[in-house]
Design a protein around this ligand. Structure first.
Ligand SMILES: *Cc1c(COP(=O)(O)O)cnc(C)c1O
Length: 354
């Protein structure tokens, strides 16, 4: 057993996938299973597929490569708009990519022709979150030009919400996406197979069944990995929040004061730490630090404990209320989506599947 470790419950993940699909299916919405939060993990992707997902999405071509080698016949979508330096790898490893730039589309088309492929493209429009996407009034021109590129096929229109700008996908916003898709179809002369309405931030619209008709795809990571929508981070009914549990070991346990002794200055990260005097407490050091997981992403499962703080390799917790926890005991955490991403991408965290 290597510690720290992240325990991955594949049955819980599969069950979360089924729960979300049970909400999305009746509305005619396909769930793309997003693996970027788990380093494109093949076993987790397998759980997605077992739960009925047929397209996997990831933001990194490296992860798509791993998934392609594991699942030769599954449809793979590249989520991050590709750069000019990545064209060959995109055509090689992805069946579908999200795109917003004509120059990139031209390069993709040329490379696809060279490889005797037709690459599928979902054009991304920016409805105000201010991350990727062409501005709505420039979408017709982009569509006109991209339509002429023989190596690609425009299969859909997509948008992304609540990533940079925290823009909430309201019914009105998502309707705008459908209207833009209608206008695009006029230019293309065929109907779009996919209107990709967003990510886990769109799940509230699925829950209350107000998501506009014609939205027939959502790209979901958090919603199926953590079982939460990403606007208020509420657990979806029937989902479980602890498919992933992080475990770390107590390596020191002493009673110490809560105030540093003497003059204080910057901590290891250039911040000026603040302390409140709570007297002497039983303090535990866990072999866990910012190299393993972002501190903000950790949620103690034992409510009697409290996090004092962390440096790169040490996490300090208050053990006063949990006297039985001895040196060598294990402390367990639930993870936020950001915490999950950190733990899954850290080479120091062992992955254990149950
Ligand atoms: C990350 C990402 C998603 C999935 O987001 P979740 O919040 O994990 O559901 C969907 N689309 C794009 C473009 C992304 O980058």
């Amino acid at each position: 057993m290597g510690l720290p470790e992240i325990v991955i419950d594949l049955e819980k993940i599969k069950s979360n996938v089924r729960t979300v699909r049970a909400l999305a299916d009746p509305l005619g919405i396909e769930v793309v299973g997003v693996t970027k939060g788990v380093l494109g993990d093949v076993r987790i992707a397998e759980a997605f597929l077992a739960g009925g997902i047929t397209t996997l999405g990831d933001s990194r071509w490296e992860n798509l490569q791993r998934l392609r080698q594991a699942f030769p016949d599954v449809s793979l979508m590249l989520l991050r708009i590709p750069g000019l330096s990545q064209i060959e790898r995109v055509i090689r490893w992805a069946d579908i990519s999200l795109n917003s730039d004509l120059e990139v589309l031209q390069a993709l088309s040329e490379e696809a022709l060279r490889c005797n492929k037709q690459h599928k493209v979902i054009l991304m429009v920016d409805l105000g979150d201010l991350r990727e996407g062409v501005w709505p009034q420039d979408l017709p021109e982009l569509t006109k030009r991209a339509r002429l590129l023989p190596g690609i096929r425009i299969i859909g229109l997509g948008a992304n919400f609540a990533c940079y700008g925290g823009l909430i996908p309201t019914v009105e916003k998502v309707k705008q996406l459908v209207e833009l898709a209608d206008a695009m179809e006029g230019i293309l002369g065929y109907s779009l197979a996919v209107i990709s309405g967003g990510n886990s931030a769109n799940l509230p619209l699925v829950l209350n069944q107000t998501i506009p008709q014609r939205i027939n795809q959502l790209r979901l990571g958090e919603g199926i990995l953590q079982g939460t929508e990403s606007i208020q981070r509420r657990l979806l009914p029937g989902s479980v929040p602890d498919a992933f549990v992080l475990r770390a070991e107590i390596i020191e346990r002493y009673e110490k004061p809560t105030l540093p002794l003497g003059e204080t200055g910057q901590d290891a990260f250039g911040k000026l730490p603040k302390f409140t005097d709570e007297g002497w407490r039983k303090r535990g050091i866990l072999a866990l630090g910012r190299q393993d997981v972002p501190l903000e992403g950790l949620m103690l499962r034992d409510q009697r404990l409290r996090i004092f703080g962390a440096s790169s390799d040490h996490l300090i917790v208050d053990l006063t209320e949990a006297g039985e926890l001895a040196l060598g005991s294990i402390v367990e955490f639930n993870l936020s989506y950001g915490g999950l991403l950190g733990a899954m991408t850290s080479p120091y965290v062992e992955k254990r599947y149950v």
